[in-house]
Design a protein around this ligand. Structure first.
Ligand SMILES: [Zn+2]
Length: 350
């Protein structure tokens, strides 16, 4: 999965930072030294003493694992071991199932003998914009953004569930929900993507009585500045996420690595996702695409995973408001968004 490469990496590292102690019930002895595996399979192996990670190359495949973590990343595919990597008498010891779980499928896949081992697909957080006392934009006929966004998200949830995707919704009904809470809901280790749904609005220019602006826009955030990275909600979300990874307080270095990897992953995935979404969605509903754009919206700044915000149309445009009023149009939209998300989640190979 393309999108998951960095996320998984960071999860791996986060886990590594957190899980410096074997968990109860896990074997604490046995295992195989890294050097043994590297020799046996002629792997090009290296050790990074700063990040405590082992890297192994096999015919262009990169295997990464971290001492203290039971998660392993093979390119963008994640594997879970029965126990963490650990140190023993100056050697890095791999759990006894490392060879079976990681190396053999990798080697066999390269030979084309076995299908790729599927990795777990994480959850998608769907966020209907506005709600409760905050109606968002209101169209000429009175259509409210908060109702449109909730309806599309419910339909989208149903479509994604049909496609086998786990979904979390930030608000299930017409209720107020603060932006910080929306980003907090997305700050869990099993979340892969955050999708916020909104409807657009502009004020008419002085020569016209109505606004003619129309079309679909998808937003992502291209980069965060130092203030963004220090933003209070971002810090709280990072603390929550790393807490859920059971990261120990002393592993500040590992925490920084995880957050940096998360950041890089988010920045590398979101623009492409936004572009594909804008293109696919506009084609599917036969509406003009205004493209994918970088924007510093709160929910895009403060989520730690790849995040996009879809503006499904302009309520300030009477024609577009009419379309958005039609349940069949909203259904078409939900199906198209779901398809793009599913493709993103299930895409294999780079
Ligand atoms: Zn909005």
């Amino acid at each position: 999965m393309l999108l998951r490469a960095v996320f998984l990496m960071l999860m791996l590292f986060c886990y590594g930072g957190c899980a410096t102690m074997p968990r109860p019930g896990q074997p604490s002895t046995g295992g195989v030294p890294v050097s043994t595996i590297c020799q046996k399979y002629s792997l090009d192996c290296s050790w990074d003493g700063v990040t405590h990670t082992v890297s192994m190359n096999y015919k262009g495949k990169l295997v990464r694992a971290m001492v203290g973590s039971s998660l392993v990343l093979v390119d963008s595919t994640r594997f879970s071991l029965s126990s963490p990597l650990r140190r023993k008498s100056g050697s890095i010891m791999l759990p006894s199932d490392f060879e079976r779980v990681v190396i053999l499928p990798t080697v066999e896949n390269m030979a084309g003998e076995l299908p790729k081992v599927p990795s777990r697909i994480g959850k998608v957080v769907l966020d209907p914009g506005h709600g409760g006392k905050d109606p968002g934009a209101i169209g000429y006929s009175g259509l409210k953004e908060k109702d449109i966004t909730l309806d599309i998200v419910r339909r989208l949830r149903d479509e994604l569930v049909k496609a086998g995707v786990d979904v979390v919704i930030t608000r299930e009904k017409d209720e107020a929900l603060a932006l910080d809470r929306r980003t907090e809901i997305a700050s869990r280790p099993d979340v892969e993507l955050f999708v916020s749904i909104h409807a657009n609005s502009t004020t008419p220019d002085h020569k016209r009585s109505i606004s003619l602006a129309h079309g679909i826009e998808v937003y992502y955030i291209g980069a965060l500045n130092a203030d963004d990275l220090d933003e209070q909600q971002r810090q709280l979300n990072a603390k929550k996420l790393c807490g859920e990874f059971k990261m120990q307080g002393s592993s500040e270095e590992a925490r920084k690595i995880v957050l940096s990897m998360l950041y890089n992953y988010k920045m590398s995935e979101a623009p492409g996702m936004a572009e594909r979404m804008a293109r696919n969605l506009s084609r599917a509903v036969e509406e003009h695409s205004r493209g994918a754009k970088s924007q510093r919206y709160f929910v895009l700044r403060n989520t730690l995973v790849p995040a996009i915000l879809i503006e499904v149309g302009f309520l300030s445009n009477p024609g577009e408001e009419r379309r958005l009023k039609e349940p069949s149009y909203r259904q078409k939209m939900a199906v198209a968004i779901s398809r793009s998300i599913s493709e993103y989640l299930y895409a294999t190979g780079k």
